[in-house]
Write a protein that binds this ligand. Structure first.
Ligand SMILES: [Fe+2]
Ligand SMILES: [Fe+2]
Length: 180
């Protein structure tokens, strides 16, 4: 397994963990509306910054481009499908954000359930199909170079302060919603 795909797989684990927390948040019956909306808002922040900007940014700006360079078709092919799913995910995040602003708990849940299902299927396809292809066509040396670009991308879009903040948020959620 190459260094770049390994980094993305590790991020998938973190994303799936947060989706599990999100499920617990939506199921919880011990939250009043104000707290519920606060936690939903925090999840939207995580999805915007970590999932979309950081993780999907790494995939779109580096990995997918390299796959297309190596002859894996974009439009009508696996890369095109992944891009479409990222765009669909962005629409759901926008609906979730708007629902938090409008204090619309049901609207949030509707969009969040669709987002969660889409992302779980998406991650499954990347782990089992796209990244396997990537490991076949992108050699170790190029993967190491790509990993360095990933690290730079992470500093550019997240930076150390926000990274710490996201970790602290996840730890707090895990404790409150008792996710192991
Ligand atoms: Fe993706
Ligand atoms: Fe991904």
């Amino acid at each position: 397994m190459g260094k770049a795909t390994q980094d993305l797989r590790k991020e998938h684990e973190a994303i799936l963990y947060v989706l599990q927390i999100l499920d617990k948040m939506m199921e919880s019956d011990s939250l009043d509306a104000e707290n519920r909306l606060r936690y939903y808002g925090e999840v939207v922040y995580f999805l915007k910054i970590f999932v979309d900007k950081c993780h999907h940014g790494k995939e779109e700006n580096y990995l997918f481009k390299e796959l297309v360079n190596k002859g894996i078709p974009s439009e009508g092919g696996p890369v095109g499908v992944m891009l479409q799913e990222h765009a669909q995910g962005r629409d759901y995040i926008a609906q979730m954000a708007k629902s938090v602003d409008d204090k619309d708990i049901n609207g949030f849940k509707n969009a969040a359930v669709q987002y969660r299902d889409l992302l779980r299927r998406h991650i499954d396809k990347e782990n089992n199909v796209l990244f396997v292809m990537a490991d076949n066509v992108i050699d170790e040396q190029s993967q190491s170079l790509m990993f360095e670009q990933f690290e730079q991308h992470e500093v550019n879009v997240i930076g150390h302060g926000v990274h710490e903040k996201l970790h602290a948020m996840i730890d707090t959620w895990a404790e409150i919603f008792s996710v192991g």
